[in-house]
Write a protein that binds this ligand. Structure first.
Ligand code: ZN
Length: 139
């Protein structure tokens, strides 16, 4: 039997964990209670997949595309996928591009937006855009 105190302590240490591969928040699981602060992946799939040099390249490409866009400071993830595909089918690259975008968003580099407003990448439905996060800039 679990005491109220145990439940309280558990809920207090359940700080949000973010998957280092896909950038989604990780759902708390009882079996991870002891290691919660060390949990890095949301799933076996993400642990096996890891982050490749190509994934880092995608992150850099997104930042490069955004930094060159002073006038229209946001991009559709498909722009990064198309550039990466160089002539071949870009659609299979949308998954890795969205993962890279979530990692950059979690790292505070970019915002993921819908209708010009930052959204939570865990719950956003439908088309998203990416833009550099403006730090301390009031327009
Ligand atoms: Zn994951």
């Amino acid at each position: 039997m679990e005491t109220i105190t145990q439940q309280l302590v558990e809920s207090m240490i359940r700080i949000e964990r973010i998957c280092t591969v896909c950038g989604r928040s990780i759902s708390w699981r009882r079996k991870w209670a002891r290691d919660w602060e060390r949990i890095k992946y949301c799933s076996d799939a993400c642990r096996k997949r890891g982050i490749s040099t190509r994934d880092r390249h995608i992150e850099q490409m997104i930042l490069d595309l955004l930094e060159r866009r002073a006038a229209q400071p946001s991009i559709c993830p498909s722009e990064a996928a198309r550039r990466l595909a160089v002539g071949s089918d870009w659609r299979p690259l949308m998954g890795p591009v969205r993962m890279a975008a979530r990692r950059l968003q979690r790292a505070g580099r970019i915002d993921i937006t819908q209708s010009g407003r930052p959204v939570d990448p865990d719950t956003a439905q439908g088309p998203i855009r990416l833009r550099l996060r403006q730090v301390g800039l009031q327009l």
